[in-house]
Design a protein around this ligand. Sequence first.
Ligand SMILES: Nc1nc2c(c(=O)[nH]1)N[C@H]1C(S)=C(S)[C@@H](COP(=O)(O)OP(=O)(O)OC[C@H]3O[C@@H](n4cnc5c(=O)[nH]c(N)nc54)[C@H](O)[C@@H]3O)O[C@H]1N2
Ligand SMILES: Nc1nc2c(c(=O)[nH]1)N[C@H]1C(S)=C(S)[C@@H](COP(=O)(O)OP(=O)(O)OC[C@H]3O[C@@H](n4cnc5c(=O)[nH]c(N)nc54)[C@H](O)[C@@H]3O)O[C@H]1N2
Ligand SMILES: [Mo]
Length: 769
Amino acid sequence: MQKETITIHPYDAPAGGWGSVKSLGTTAAHFHAYDAVPVLRHQNKPDGYACVSCAWGRPQKSHVAEFCENGAKATFSELTSKRVSADFFARHTLAELRTWPDMDLEDLGRLTEPLRYDSDSDRYLPVSWEAAFADIGTELKALAPKSVVFYASGRASLETSYMYQLLARLYGNNNLPDSSNMCHETTSVALQKVIGQGVGTVHVADFEHTDCIFFFGQNVGSNSPRMLHQLQEARERGIPIVVFNPLRERGLIEFKNPQNPAQMLGGSATEIATHHHQVRPGGDIAALMGLCKAVLELDDQARADGKPRVLDQPFIEAHTHGFEAFEARVRDTAWADIEHESGLQRSALEGAARIYARATAVMAVYGMGLTQHKRGLDNVTTLVNFLLMRGNIGKSGAGICPVRGHSNVQGQRTVGISEKPELVPLDKLAKQFGFEPPRDKGLTTVETCEGVIDGSVRAFIGLGGNFVRAVPDHNRVEPAWSGLRLTVQIATKLNRSHLVHGQLAYLLPCLGRIERDEQHGVLQTLSTEDSTGWMHASRGHHAPASEQLLSEARIVAGIAKATLAPNPRIDWDAWCDDYGRVRDAIAETFPEIFHDFNRRIEAPGGFARPLPARERVWKTPSKKAEFTLPQGLSAAFTGDGGTDVMRLMTLRSNDQFNTTIYGMNDRFRGVEGTRRVVFMHREDIAMLGLEDGQEIGLSSAAGDGFQREVHGLRVVEYDLPRGSLGAYYPECNPLIPLWQHADESQVPAGKSVPVRVLPQPMARLPIAA
Ligand SMILES: Nc1nc2c(c(=O)[nH]1)N[C@H]1C(S)=C(S)[C@@H](COP(=O)(O)OP(=O)(O)OC[C@H]3O[C@@H](n4cnc5c(=O)[nH]c(N)nc54)[C@H](O)[C@@H]3O)O[C@H]1N2
Ligand SMILES: Nc1nc2c(c(=O)[nH]1)N[C@H]1C(S)=C(S)[C@@H](COP(=O)(O)OP(=O)(O)OC[C@H]3O[C@@H](n4cnc5c(=O)[nH]c(N)nc54)[C@H](O)[C@@H]3O)O[C@H]1N2
Ligand SMILES: [Mo]
């Protein structure tokens, strides 16, 4: 249960450092995972397993220990010695378990055997694998294929993911949303449009050659801490790192490398951000237009002075399209509007532009702060405009660097998990497996939720994840969920989505990636793609949590065999006996990326997929990189127009992995013992007649007639822009209407949710320290 001592105080120690070492020890103890500590040395190593936490790339030469505090937490969380078995479920009804906090559910430990929901007793009861597959197959055969959704959460391997997309397509739909639909789908759609590839252009090695990094809306200290090594190395070379973030995140301020003894024993921490701009949430388009305007002004000045141009004119002419219209738009955009929308001063933006103009190789790194907005696409494409002005794509040390979330989320899309049929080589699949794949667009995450609400979706299969918790509009989506005919969850640990279920429900426990996956006594190799487009082999290093677990591949194959007519070209069992055979099939479907897959995956550092834009080959209709015009200067939904509407950013703490809550502390933000907080500017607190520590509620200001509220949040005075708020995801997801998503990509707009503060009776909570 939630710890009750709550302390809130500013955290002024660096990221990393002893705090992270201490946190490691506490988490190993918390998860009862002491025997997992030695396993860590295999994390992200050529002979080892790919970390199950974030997707950040690996250097070609690995560090002694290629793991971070949060990667270790993810490892301990998977390798916990706690178990939740059938006798537990015999003692608790699902109605009772639904009253438990999320953290307590996952804290029960690893699932150990397949379970089937029994409506008479409202309990999960054990079922054999054979019976589970047979029942699921019978149900799926009876359902209309278009009414079934195959969700994937971003962790399963390339091999399993390929099998999963094939299962959906052979069954008859492209309903293959994945967590990317809540995350970097904005990137995939935007970058495809403007540079002709849906993924970033940066390799980890580029950090050694860059001479300036612009960093937008990504919380590296918590969410991709291994990147701090590259940032630290860059800083040691004196490279400026210019940050745009409404919050002054600790991980971006300074870092002590826990693997550097000199730094740990008293040496000073490395300052990471050299410049920090506290942009308003949703203000990045304006900030970027300001940067571009200042670059044009510097170019004007250089021309007037007879100095070398600031714009990379030869690059713009040879490689881009649409510059003139873009230039005109930038010149027409008034500084007053830029300052108003971004919340930043002209002089600050001009200063940042001078840093940019001095650098020859600039890299732009970004995360959810750009993608989860109404105009998330414009955020990304305007960032690309900014890079293109000086040719900062397709040269060493430069490029666009989206930081993906789940460890194989990029890879799942690469091997065909996509609701967008145009991104998948369907003709190839048709030929390879002798069937006619469905050609119509499948459902995104948001459309899946809408379909569950309107009854058109009848069944949900989840390859990992915690869908009902991760999506917006909880109070509309969750109640509708029980209207489903069938829910099947393939998972390692119990979560809320397993308790909110369809009429027929199966909970199928699988091996985690860190566990030894032996098929007929042979240790199997799996593979993943990191955020920089490198493929890595992964081999488990720990005994499975239970003898009854099956690999994810076996589970997918089990469902496929029970559901689909036999196909002479697919031997699901043979694929599961040796995943190398799945890799051969992947290589046949995607030869450009995966030719010779089985040989190349054995290279110690893995292998890189082709990234045409890195070579300045633009796979856009114009064959050029596109300058584009943003639709407006604000990326945000503004709400119903009331003057008291504020912008809420939903955030991750340092003690969670998405909906998996490891603990109640957010060390870097100084919050301990609770997640029910709202960060608020001192003057906003005063203006609203509130007090620091007071309990309040939030209410959506969407203005669509639905009441969406979250209560029992404590006001925490915080350094963030006026008019904006910060609070945790997933607790605040009930405040986000399903329709408040990014245009085109449909990523829920979790970073600028229009809300009002609901003062509650002054319930002053005691604050320690
Ligand atoms: N330990 C840990 N690691 C993780 C995860 C985790 O939960 N825990 N989740 C994984 C996943 S799936 C993902 S997608 C990534 C997420 O990693 P991030 O992309 O870092 O996502 P968030 O934590 O949501 O935080 C986004 C950052 O954007 C800032 N921000 C918010 N609004 C704006 C804005 O309008 N403009 C700008 N410039 N900044 C803004 C916030 O202050 C915050 O620092 O991390 C992955 N890694
Ligand atoms: N308001 C708001 N909402 C958000 C976000 C936000 O910033 N704000 N972020 C969004 C983002 S970026 C994402 S990616 C989504 C995340 O959405 P999801 O990917 O659906 O959620 P997770 O919390 O990562 O899923 C955790 C569960 O995965 C299961 N699991 C763990 N490891 C494995 C494994 O190896 N195999 C299998 N089969 N299952 C496993 C466990 O049962 C665990 O409970 O949430 C999104 N929702
Ligand atoms: Mo994500």
